[in-house]
Write a protein of this length. Structure first.
Lengths: 818, 66
């Protein structure tokens, strides 16, 4: 039986009685201060916050949300205990802060949407696994899209003005099947893969879910997903027969339907309901209970899963004391009935209110609530509904009743998940009306979990170390280890260590290359080379937070990689800032000058001579003074100069420069990434000078280097698009660009994708596709500073019709210089 | 989705897929429990709500997180 490791991060919502959002600023700091004073802890080594003696972490996260991360546990019952223990700890901290810091009452809740400003915050699930991350999305997405039925929090659609119940308000904030970012354009499956463990382990990080209060819903949310991940890891392909053709559309349909009747279209043809998809996964798991990939707890979890799906089949009354969404559905329905609004009338009002648009933006204060006055003033809009209104015997003024009720239900939702005895869920539970309990999760076991770490796995070792080392001011903790001020560390990167590992030497003494900072740096370098810029950025953030504690060479390399990665992520200002910090006033260093040129060169769709020229001149001077410049710079700098020359029309001179650099590179470092990139540039120059045969040869050689060394980002950005431009066959060119886009999508390389989509729009225009492409490009243009500041990008977006209809650019350039 | 009026529904009607039939006494028992639950729920909710939900939502505004 295989061991599983999982955990949950909860970003809590909070409010302070009597204080507006702008007045709450210092309250969380006070809570943190009380936590540091009252709780056994070690400060977090990377980032902010503290690790507690039960192995959990508490800190303030993005958007001023207090976040509790459970310790890693190896079964979902334990997870429920530690989620509840985190709630209890936070609730007690709120009470203690009230007394110790004399604050007004602080209320924490687990609702993950703000109905006033349409913002959202997360409840992220983590599952360690030993399979290939690439195998996960296709097999897992149907489960994630359909599990709303068992673990949706329930509530209103935050984007609707009317009263439109959904199984999961958080799911209304998802925009696609997959995503790389956790703060915008969120998707069902998140590509983040920061393992926080030793090689061989990956970590699935899910952001599509939300907090639930029901213990059964918590158990099933984590347990069923862990089983699906286990089966994927075991190579069983549990989702292959239920793959959805359009996952996000299917999820939306499931989300808006409480009758379990809505269907999603399957990729293989046919349709299935969410309940049928869940039953498919359940039966698949039941059929493989004896498989080596399954954990020991799989059978009891499947029993609970089956019982819940059977209950769901009997309708809402069978689950409305058990699952969050169903409990809320019944309560909301009753509130609606008490207001004297029938279902027919509600359907009418929802139809009318949909005409007033949707609340899509997350910009605070940008969306004033819809008022009855606004509705009544829209005479033209209302006229279309006059007949229906009259048939139902309603007066337009009654819309005020509906809008008030909507606000009341939104408040109810926040108060439902409030921590502590005043929360509606807890009050109902205390009164004995709910049937959500699961074995092993009792008040006593939750209380115990506030102090004691899980018995199995590294969290237990971490917790014991925290208890032993706390109070000395010399130690810090992290998920993968505990460190002291001298830089020594205890390696907890193995999720299931045998006993407590010994102290390891500090960075300076580490001759075996085992120190976590060194390992992390090497990983980031590999990620950068393969084009995994998002993953590299995520790992870099860990190092950046502690860069002042790092030895100087590591710190410098961290800054350099920050510049490289941010430049390729379309964040040139941050890249240049890192370089400024790195230079520390000394910009007369060839390597640093080269980094600046690289950043400027890739700052936009094309190199901009006016920005690059002074730096290239400086590089020339330094190169001339340098007796033996490193080979990497002897390849990179001619590449930049050739790009500059090509932009100013000196194609032959640029070609000569790259040919010379290639001769040097192919002799001394024939597998270099920069050499391959130069070859792609050389191919483009050959093409523009009419020598297509040499161009093809260069791309082929470059491709061999890029594929055999896994320089996938460069292959997709510099090689495939150039082949597509040159190739005569339309179908082959299309396929090459699709291949580029697939790679870039997997890597999360938005800047690369912009270039590919632009080429697709120009080379393969289609009205429908180009409308869609333009929408995507406009969104990226808005999000990425590099694109906003790029004159060519702005020109293309302003003259979109010219671009897609093949109009040539200035100087008769066929791709406007791109 | 549309909310339906609970008193007009039977559990089987509520489900997209027809469920096994249940004896009348069991349905009566479910309905009675349901009524008690809703009554208790209403009392708890009435005590919890502020009375001015728009003001509450304004004061409870949150920044976006992850």
């Amino acid at each position: 039986m295989a061991e599983r490791m999982m955990g949950l991060e909860t970003e809590h919502g909070f409010y302070v009685e009597g204080l507006d959002i702008d007045q709450r600023g210092g309250v969380l700091e006070k809570v943190m201060r009380v936590a540091r004073k009252r709780m056994v802890h070690l400060p977090a080594c990377h980032g902010t916050g503290i690790f507690l003696a039960n192995g959990s972490r508490f800190y303030i996260d993005t958007g001023a949300h207090p976040e509790f991360c459970t310790p890693e546990v190896d079964d979902p019952w334990q997870l429920v205990r530690y989620i509840c223990a985190g709630d209890l700890i936070l609730q007690r901290l709120a009470e203690e802060t009230l007394v110790a810091e004399q604050t007004p009452e602080i209320v924490f809740h687990k609702c993950h949407v703000d109905y006033r400003d349409c913002s959202t915050w997360g409840c992220h699930e983590n599952f360690a696994h030993r399979g290939s991350p690439n195998a996960l999305p296709a097999q897992l997405i149907p489960h994630l899209a359909s599990r709303l039925l068992i673990c949706g929090a329930g509530g209103l659609d935050p984007h609707a003005h009317g009263i439109e119940f959904v199984l999961s308000p958080r799911a209304c904030h998802l925009h696609g099947a997959t995503c790389h970012s956790s703060t915008d354009s969120r998707g069902i499956y998140h590509f983040k893969d920061e393992s926080l463990s030793c090689p061989g382990w990956s970590r699935l990080h899910l952001l599509c879910g939300e907090s639930v209060m029901s213990h059964r819903a918590m158990l099933l949310k984590a347990g069923t997903t862990a089983l699906v991940v286990a089966m994927i890891e075991g190579g069983l392909n549990p989702g292959v027969d239920v793959r959805l053709k359009m996952p996000i559309e299917a999820m939306r349909a499931f989300n808006a339907d409480t009758t379990a009747g809505a269907t999603g279209r399957l990729a293989a043809g046919g349709h299935m309901t969410a309940l049928e998809i869940q039953r498919h996964y359940l039966e698949f798991a039941e059929a493989h209970l004896a498989h080596g990939c399954m954990p020991a707890w799989a059978a009891p979890l499947c029993r609970c899963w089956r019982e819940t799906l059977d209950s769901l089949r009997r309708g809402i009354p069978a689950v409305d004391r058990m699952l969050d969404w169903a409990i809320k559905h019944s309560l909301y329905e009753e509130r609606i009935r008490r207001r004297g609004i029938t279902s027919q009338q509600l359907a009418f009002w929802n139809q009318v209110l949909r005409k007033f648009g949707t609340r899509r933006t997350e910009a605070p204060a940008a969306i004033p609530p819809l008022t009855a006055g606004c509705v009544l003033g829209a005479v033209e809009t209302l006229r279309k509904f006059e007949t229906s209104r009259s048939e139902l015997g309603l007066a337009w003024e009654e819309v005020d009743n509906v809008l008030q009720l909507r606000a009341e239900l939104c408040e109810l939702e926040v108060r439902f998940s409030r921590l502590g005895p005043k929360g509606i869920f807890h009050a109902l539970d205390r009164a004995g009306f709910l049937q959500h309990a699961v074995p092993e999760v009792t008040l006593a076991s939750i209380e115990e979990a506030t102090e004691t770490p899980p018995a199995r796995g590294r969290a237990g070792v971490r917790g014991a170390l925290i208890r032993k080392l706390q109070g000395h001011g010399r130690y810090t903790a992290d998920w993968s280890g505990v460190s002291d001020l001298a830089g020594r560390w205890i390696n907890l990167s193995d999720p299931f260590p045998a006993g407590t590992p010994d102290w390891q030497p500090s960075f300076g003494e580490d001759t075996a290359g085992l120190h976590p900072a060194r390992q992390l740096l090497e990983r980031i370098e590999r990620q950068y080379d393969s084009g995994e810029y998002e993953a590299a950025w995520s790992a870099l953030n860990t190092l950046r937070q502690i860069r002042r504690q790092l030895p100087r060479p590591v710190m410098e390399r961290t800054l350099q990689l920050t510049a490289w990665v941010q430049s390729r992520r379309g964040q040139p200002a941050e890249a240049l800032q890192a370089l400024d910090e790195l230079a520390g006033g000394n910009s007369r260093d060839l390597e640093k000058v080269n980094d600046v040129i690289s950043t400027l060169r890739f700052n936009g769709l094309v190199a901009r001579p006016e920005l690059m020229l002074p730096w290239v001149q400086q590089a020339d001077e330094l190169l001339a003074q340098s007796p033996e410049p490193p080979l990497s710079l002897r390849l990179a700098i001619p590449g930049h100069k050739a790009a500059l020359l090509a932009r100013t029309g000196s194609l032959a001179e640029a070609r000569g420069m790259l040919v010379h650099a290639f001769t040097i590179g192919s002799t001394h470092n024939p597998q270099s990434r920069v050499l391959a990139r130069n070859l792609c540039d050389l191919a483009e120059l050959h093409r523009r000078l009419g020598d297509e045969r040499s161009a093809e040869d260069c791309l082929e050689r470059a491709g061999l280097i890029q594929i055999s060394n896994r320089y996938e980002g460069d292959f997709a950005e510099f090689n495939l698009p150039r082949r597509a431009r040159m190739i005569a066959g339309r179908a082959m060119a299309k396929s090459l660009l699709n291949q580029a886009r697939l790679i870039q999508r997997r890597l999360g390389h938005r800047v690369g994708m912009v270039k590919t989509v632009l080429l697709q729009a120009r080379l393969f225009p289609s009205l429908w596709h180009n409308q869609r492409r333009k929408r995507i490009l406009l969104a990226w243009h808005r999000d990425l500073p590099m694109l906003r500041d790029c004159p060519l990008m702005n020109r293309i977006m302003a003259h979109w019709e010219d671009w897609v209809s093949g109009v040539r650019g200035e100087g008769d350039e066929d791709f406007w210089g791109m | 989705m549309q909310f339906r009026e609970r008193q007009q529904e039977s559990p089987a009607e509520n489900a997209g897929v027809p469920g096994p039939s249940e004896p009348n006494s069991q349905l009566d028992s479910i309905r009675a429990e349901g009524s008690a639950f809703l009554a208790a729920g209403n009392a708890i909710i009435d005590a919890a709500l502020s009375g001015d939900s728009q003001a509450f939502l304004q004061a409870n505004r949150q920044q976006g997180g992850q």
